[in-house]
Ligand binder design. Structure first.
Ligand SMILES: [Mg+2]
Length: 377
């Protein structure tokens, strides 16, 4: 089998409600999915997405005429491309989709995974007032989720603590609550002046221990290795989580060497593809730490990370981006024939078709395809 084309397509759907995520200063009014398609001479087309859409089609320069199964070689080439142009990892995801289709197996099974479902946590994305967040948490739990993640991003962290206290009271002690401070990386950092210093992070984390928070995510800059290690040394029950957008295994090794984190969240569409994420999951497990990948890009990126998680050991939860009414499965998966949902026990099931197992809706692809694929905003 030979690769014949690498093509990028853009799909965009106006959202019924505006979404105000904590990690960017501007609200989101439309859902956008850049897809990279890798075509082969046998008619199999692999699909990837997630990460950041930067000239993925450049990978065609060295993939053309190559065998998609020659994975280590392609990862090395893509790593070189990542160094000069930007992260091309959805292309690697598309190669795995081809391999899965060619062999008739879901990707997670090719990677050695046996679990066909993962326990999901509802990952909210907005800051809301106390009452609105309590109501949302109650709804999330009523739908079957066993865990949910709150965002801490108010100018005064005591406001977020009050919300945490109220949510804990409302959902009870059997539900795991995670907290994401979203200070690991910034979009437009000049517009986000409330970054926590180490003392604030320690004080906030100690409060979280009082409410039995499961993990605290990204309280400090992702490259503040010493700060993270010191913060972690102050904690007894609270786990520290991070590494969602890190670049490559070297940064993960530094976290492990310095004792920065308990929960490692590399996203395969940012860190080096499914191959690299799988290796990192093993590295994390061998160090006695926990792997639980970030998934929040779009539905395709989420599914790619689900395959890695299902093939990894000891993954407690998978991130399920969910903050209705402003961020819903219908928005996240708007080009899918059916959006992914949890079952009544709070599990999300791996697609069982070969490859990533995506079923894209041809009618929606036609309706939402954009002519200018270079547009980012
Ligand atoms: Mg996060």
């Amino acid at each position: 089998m030979k690769i014949t084309q690498v093509k990028v397509r853009l799909f965009e759907m106006p959202m019924p409600k505006t979404f105000h995520p904590t990690w960017q200063p501007l609200p989101t009014t439309s859902a956008r999915i850049h897809i990279v398609e890798v075509h082969t001479d046998e008619g199999i087309v692999g699909v990837g997405s997630g990460g950041v859409p930067v000239r993925w089609e450049v990978a065609g320069l060295f993939l053309m005429g190559q065998d998609p199964f020659d994975m280590d070689r392609h990862v090395a080439q893509l790593r070189s491309m990542a160094f000069f142009i930007g992260r091309p990892w959805p292309v690697e995801v598309a190669l795995w989709d081809i391999i899965g289709q060619a062999t008739g197996q879901p990707v997670y099974r090719l990677l050695g995974g046996g679990a066909d479902k993962l326990k999901a946590y509802a990952s909210t994305g907005e800051l809301r007032g106390l009452e609105a967040r309590v109501e949302s948490a109650q709804q999330i739990v009523a739908e079957g989720f066993k865990a949910l993640k709150l965002r801490f991003h108010s100018a005064d962290v005591r406001e977020d603590i009050r919300t945490l206290e109220a949510v804990r009271k409302a959902v009870g002690d059997d539900i795991d609550i995670m907290v994401d401070a979203n200070w690991g990386w910034r979009i437009a950092p000049d517009l986000q002046p409330n970054r926590w210093d180490l003392k604030t992070a320690i004080a906030a984390a100690k409060e979280m221990e009082r409410y039995g928070v499961y993990w605290l995510e990204e309280p400090l800059d992702a490259y503040d290795y010493d700060g993270l290690a010191e913060l972690r040394s102050h904690l007894t029950t609270l786990r520290l989580a991070g590494a969602e957008l890190n670049r490559g295994p070297e940064e993960i090794r530094t976290y492990l060497d310095k004792g920065c984190l308990d929960v490692y969240q590399p996203d395969c569409t940012f860190i080096g593809g499914i191959s690299t994420a799988r290796k990192i999951a093993a590295q994390v497990e061998a160090a006695g730490k926990v792997f639980s990948p970030h998934t929040w890009t779009n539905g395709v990126g989420m599914v790619a990370n689900m395959h890695v998680a299902a093939a990894s050991s000891g993954v407690p939860y998978i991130e399920f981006p969910y903050d209705p009414p402003n961020w819903t499965p219908e928005t996240r998966d708007f080009i899918f024939a059916e959006p992914l949902r949890i079952d009544s026990e709070g599990y999300v099931h791996l697609p069982q078709k070969p490859g990533l197992g995506l079923e894209l809706d041809e009618e929606k692809l036609k309706r939402y395809e954009q002519a200018d694929t270079k547009r980012l905003i």
